[in-house]
Structure formats: C-alpha cells, structure tokens
Design a protein around this ligand. Sequence first.
Ligand SMILES: Cc1ncc(COP(=O)(O)O)c(C=O)c1O
Length: 397
Amino acid sequence: MPGMDVFGAEERHEVNEVLETGCLFRYNHEHLRQDRWKARELEAETRKYTSAAFAHAVSSGSTAVAAAMAASGLGFGDEIIVPPFTYIATIEGVLLGGGLPVFAEIDENLCLSAEGIEKVITPRTKGVMLVHMCGAAADMDSILAVCKKHNLKLLEDAGQALGAFYKGKSVGLFGEAGAFSLDFFKIITAGEGGLCITNDEKISNYIEQFSDHGHSHLGSNRGMEAHPILGTNFRLSELHAAVGLAQIRKLHDIRDRKRHNHSYLKSRLSEVAELRFRPVPDQDGDSGTFLNFFLPTQALAEQTAKNLAAAGIGVNYWFTNMYHFINQWDHLKKLESPFKMAIHHLGAPQDYSNLDIPISQDVVGRLLSVGTKVTWTKEDMDKLADQMIDVIRKTIG
Ligand SMILES: Cc1ncc(COP(=O)(O)O)c(C=O)c1O
C-alpha cells in the first residue's frame, strides 16, 4: 500500500476542503462548492503527470477498464485478446462489456508478447487489452506493430502501472485509451478510484459521458442536460478525488523513492547467481513498485515462497497464492455469473479449462515478486536482503 505509506496532512487538508463545503458531487452546484473542484483538479494533475491530452477520473480501475472499452467502440461479440496473468478485473471488464476474452501468452516481461498475440488472432479479433503488470510497461514497439498489422484496437489496462513509462511516454497512451486504478493497494490511492487517459478527443468525450449516464456536461442545468449516449454511473466522489489529488501530487517523489529502493534491493539479491530478474524493455520507465525475479524451476519457486513465508517475509507467489493467474479462476472456467452475458449466448472462443499457454505457466510458475516500500531505510533493506538471501540459498541448496 505505497500510497498509504505517505498518507498525511495533505490528504486530510484536501478532504477537509470538501467537508467544509459539503459538496460531495463532482459536477455543478457552484453555489455550494466555493470553487473547489477536486475531481477536475485530479484530472488536471493526471494530464500533467502523464502528458495525456485528456484524463477522466472514475470510481475504480475496473470501471476505468469498462469505460475505456465502451468508449473505444468494443463490445458485443468482439474477441479481445487478454493475458492470463493479471487481476481478474481485466477479464471481467471485457466480459461485462459483451466482449469475448481470448487468452494469449505472456513472456518473462510479465506482459502479453507480440508473438503470443499474433498466434490467437482470428477474423473476429477486434482488440487487445494489454496489461502492464507489476508496475512496468510491456514491449510496446513489437505490440504496436502487431496491432497495426492486424488492424486491432489497443486498450491498456495499466491498473498497476501509474508511473510507468516506455521510451518516455506514459503507459495508457499507446492505443485508444488507458486505465489506472487508485484502489488501496496501488502506487497512489484515493481509497477507491480510477483514471482513464487518452489522446483522442472523441474517445475522451465518450469516456466522460458513458461514466455519467451519457450526460453531455454542457450548460448549468444538470437536470435538463442532453444525454447524447446511454451510459451508467462510474462517477468518482469529491471525497475520493480529494485523497487522490493529494496523492498524485506526491507521485514524482513516491516513484523516485520506489525506484531507488527497487534498485538497491535488486543489487543485493543479485548476489544470488541463480536468480534472474524480470527483463524490462525500458528500465528507466519502471515505476519500481515490484521487484520481480525468477527461480530456476517452479518447484524451487514454490518452496522458496513457502520458506520465505515461514521466515515472516511476505513475497507474492502468483502461481498459487494470489488471485492473479488463470489457474485460480475456476469461476471463469465455468462462466459462473448471476446473469447471461454475451459469452453465454455466443460461446467462449477458447476452452478456458484447457488453454495451451506453456510459456505463461512456466514464467508465472518461477516468478516471485516483492512489493517495494517507500518508507524502507537502507538498514531495512539490508536486513530484508540478508534474510531473503539466506532463505533462498538454503532452499536452492
Ligand atoms: C491490472 C489491474 N486492472 C484492474 C484492476 C482493478 O482496479 P480496482 O481495484 O480499482 O477496480 C486491478 C486491481 O488490482 C489490476 O491489478
């Protein structure tokens, strides 16, 4: 919970400004709000940080994914290529929008690979929902090339990757639109919240309208505003926006400190010759939120995770312990849902219980990740590294 590591007076000040006026709603009510516009300011800061032409705050990372998909014109019956290693929210977003998820291989960069994408393209493929996993960007040059070649729309679920860049460009700006999460566990948090960014004005307008029942947001009489499209309510409250606003102003500093700690811990763990680290196409673009490394085999990774846990050291072993890999998604394999989605009518495009994804199984099977902390001192990191190295060496033998 990095954002929460630096929660303090600034967040309380922004929230109090909202509480003083009582204007918890992001639109209109000029007579109440004393010119305080927290969601708007959060969007302005997001544009500044990412250099996006447009940014829109929404209620969660999940709704940001759904809004980005709808606004890009992807929906009923469209095959959308997704990774098997992500939080389930990515897949739910595609399903709720009427899309049909098609799983492709990731590689050691922990994101979809261009080769993986190309292998599962069919005449019904309309888009790719790329996930920038664990705080760093996918290999954008090759992925953009494959999307261009096959005329696929690219969406970016950057739920875990605010503060990640590729060759100087923020993730979320490579395709139609990108989605960030501001939930409690992310690099910065609003408690709950999300952000959509795009450089496309038409898509931006759709994101904004779709996230508020199609409201045009033109004029000053909300009750009589035009509704050019159907939508729903993905709005962010001013209270959440206030927290997010204070946090995004700290993002440069959080990222710098995380990258510093990431690099120091990596240098220490490099003392174990058997460990390999996640290859990141643009090292300078890594937000530093996770240090990801591979053990030589799945069995050693599993045992190392167990031994580290027994020693009181928390690491993520996504293959079995976390809800981020398809092996754990029995509900998806059975298409369990309280209502009929497009996929129930049209049928799943793949047999989700028997996917041919040996590379992803191998990669995630060998992967361990440590979430970096902003508040770590050098002494904290040395102690952690000494303990980890000891456990890893004893496990590897
Ligand atoms: C890759 C990814 N996408 C989307 C989400 C959903 O974000 P939220 O919890 O804000 O709905 C998450 C949350 O963990 C995520 O990791």
